[in-house]
Design a protein around this ligand. Sequence first.
Ligand code: GAL
Length: 417
Amino acid sequence: MIRIDKVMLAAAVSCAALAGAARADGTVEVLHWWTSGGEAKAVGELKKAFEAEGGTWVDSPIAGGGGDAAMTALRARVMAGNPPTAVQLKGPGIQEWAEQGALNNVQDVAEAGNWDKVLPPALASIMKYEGKYVAAPVNIHRVDWIWGSPEALKKAGVEAMPTTWEEFNAAADKLEAAGLIALAHGGQPWQDATLFETVVLGVGGADFYRKALVELDDAALRSDTMVASFDQLRKLRGYVDPNFSGRDWNLATGMVMRGEAGFQIMGDWAKGEFLAAGKVPGEDFLCAPTPGKGFILNSDSFTFFKVSGDDNIKGQKVLARLIMSPEFQKVFNMAKGSIPARTDVPLDDFDSCAKRSHEDLLAAIENDTLVPSMAHEMAVPRSVRGEFLDLVTQFFNSDMSSQDATTRLADAVQRAM
Ligand code: GAL
């Protein structure tokens, strides 16, 4: 009897120790949409780092590029009074949730880690609500990229990546003449909007982009420049293969990888796919900015929802600290295709596309041509973004004229404001 008591006591003590250890190192349930090859590899680095500190990671992936499905799931969880501890969220969405009182802040972690000193001020302000950090940024993605297949381009006699939309169209015509798909694309609203915003930047320039897609200036939205942007989008629609509808973005990347298609226009998470497949930039695939001067910014970040319990709060703080550690920012971004959000992480080990991204980012800051992504929720409230996505997708999937699209878009944005 005594022996059994001792055994039971020992078991109870060791259980308590284990539970204590788990509590001490925190638990996080992380809601995210990183399910493609490159994305999963990148988020796996965060899980690894968190678990290495003894934390418990509960993974809640919601598949669907661009995160629209994840955001729907998030709303349902919050409505049910059961928010996840950490959520991949960005741009104005952070402020929207903070205004509703849904977020915890991690200001103590931010102060201890000097976040104000190591983040670009424009990014830091997106992460703060009422002067306190409620989010931690993991990266800087660039949206305005063209990915090219050297093999397909060679077959079609295209010598270089295009630098103007005229050159793009001419190269696309050659690819088609060679029996190849010119533009690998997935017909999903956020992907259509991704094409659209790169075209708006290319056709109208950064000032026009800002007026139309950020400030929602009515005159810009109704201008001839917007009509010309829709004209180029119509051209792009013509270069897409018949099976584009509903295709996931990473499958489109696969078409470029296999040399079936010449180009994909997509943010540099596409590079994460090439890298995860062991492909080398400059050899197996090419990267070049889409035509036009500027840099469309998309930064991923994690927010910390209002949860209770020491274990969860501890988890949020540990996660925030890890996300902003230079070591994590390096390994994560080398897998994700992006560059670090921190300005003090050396890029020596990064590939040539990442280095180009960094150079162009600095130049864009200098020339005031850095613009936030509308399609990727960095620029306007979700309700307004929804109007853009609906209209652009309708245009893409019908024979709507550019003039009609321009007027309907401006009307829709006005209604949503
Ligand atoms: C973006 C997100 C990226 C990315 C992409 C496709 O909105 O910022 O990290 O992975 O969606 O899912």
